[in-house]
Design a protein. Sequence first.
Length: 644
Amino acid sequence: MPIKVSVVVPVYNPGVYVEDCIDSLLRQSLPPDEYEVIFVDDGSTDGTPARLDELAAAEPRVKVVHQENSGWSGKPRNVGIAAAEGEYVMFVDNDDHLGDEALERMYDYGVANDADVVVGKMAGKGRGVPVELFRRNHPRATVENAPLIDSLTPHKMFRRAFLDDIGLRFPEGRRRLEDHVFVTEAYLRAGNVAVLGDYVCYYHVRRDDASNAGFQRFDPGGYFKNLREALDVVERYTEPGPSRDRLFRRWLRVEMVERMRGRRLLALPADYRRELFEEMHQVVVERFGPGVAAGLQPTQQVVSALITADRYDDVEAFAEWEAGIALTAVPGRVAWEDGTLRVGFTAEYTSAGEPMTFPAGTARTPLDGPPENLAAAVAWVGADTTARFKGATADLLVRERASAAQYFQPVEFTREEVPAGDGQVRLMLHATATVDPAALNRAGVWDAFVRVKLGGWTKECRLGPAPRAARPTPPAALAGDHLVLPYWTSPHAHLALDVDRATHGLGLATLARDAVTASADRLRVPLPLHVPRAGTRTTLRLISSHTTHDVPATLAPQGPGAVLEAVLPLADLRGTTWRVRLAAPGSRFLALPFALRAGADGLHVVHQPRPSALRRLVRKARRKLGTALGRTAARLRARAARRR
């Protein structure tokens, strides 16, 4: 069968981190005979070459190419392209991994949309990834209609014939930003680029030892020399004007201005900051016209103007002011409605821990050159932020704690200017988001994050803390084929959702035995559990010391909770006591705090029998053993990291 996808993985001394990559590649839902994995070992000096050879001997879909060290990833990727037989080529780094359905989904999406480039949704575990690009699917994306230019890493799928037809390959040798040169040209010359935003295809992973290539300090002179080569690509394939300025703005914003802002700048050694600044100043003066900076956000415009004017001390002072600005999001009403969780919150910025205030009733004025001093810069940013307030936005994202996969939730919001005295106002956003359990596609813990765009800032924070006196406490819900438990984390009181894992905290143990009614063969149980509609089907499991019965049951809304009803087979139950369990997603059964006994006159609700002393001892031993094994594994991982 023809190969659909060739996965190319450049490899250099990854150690144990390559194992997650290997596992994810072998787990792909695409049939094994429809894709190949090409590891290009770039002169590794650890045990990786032998590990890869062993893998290739056992897996027909795996190939390994060994070569002398080339210094960077460009040559290994080019060698992989030359060896590839697939219709598409996918690039993966050796310390990252793929979603299980990534290759199948990206390939199918690329074919369906006749795409030369397919960009799959990314998640960052300790690493930043584009967010706005993956807000939705873009079947026909361009640099004009989508923020493609925000994603210049090579971890995408490219049609192999397209690469060959235009002769596109990575720059080789010890250098930086080879991916910018490659991906930018691909975007500008592709017949179509398709962005898949509804499934996390690629997981960028920050290694425990922070030794990923992208985290290493770089030589500013060499880095910005390589950056100029990416700008050369833009100039080669665009005409002067707004479109080129918009593309150039990406490098000014990401590679220069953002490195000179707030805590990111202040965390760097003083001499290194100045060296970076001097190289940036040279690029800005040489390559960027006034139209490039004009489209930046106001705070970014200030920093850009100071870089252009060669005023490093003022850049540093502005960074110190910005470092004190943060986002806060205070929860409001959190409640279930028809199977969806409605989450209210109010968000605003703080400065030095206090609500941030802005000049009231100001109009926008363009920044005419660099501000005279820090006070002038802060005053202009404040006035411009108020003037732009009508464009401020608020979002709620839910992010899986284990993988960092995140998804935007539908949200409605209003903007409010609250008088703060002395001609100042607080700028507040009041929002309500709707979380659909059906969209949370796997079991785990999901944290709620608020994302606000206001003035010159785009900031995120956890939703919370919730004031204890008015903390909303919605029950768990059985909706969208998931059991979802909203809860407040301890000690920080941030909102999180436990999906299909919770057994404790559901409130089932608080159910009073006298609230359970049994009449003849019918059982009726009120539960602290939200269900969206009457007739929701479930299963009761009845367990005795000798046997088990599974009985169909239904759930229906009743006030803030639900009522469970079932007809039980009395003839099969007589003569013994039955513990009662409620079916939950994930093939789990939750213990209910009562037991049943069937007599000649029907059902009776009785106390749940306590487990035997031996069983309690076994359970306690298992818990202790699990904790001990977890601690041992953590110590071994830490020891291995120190050795590397």
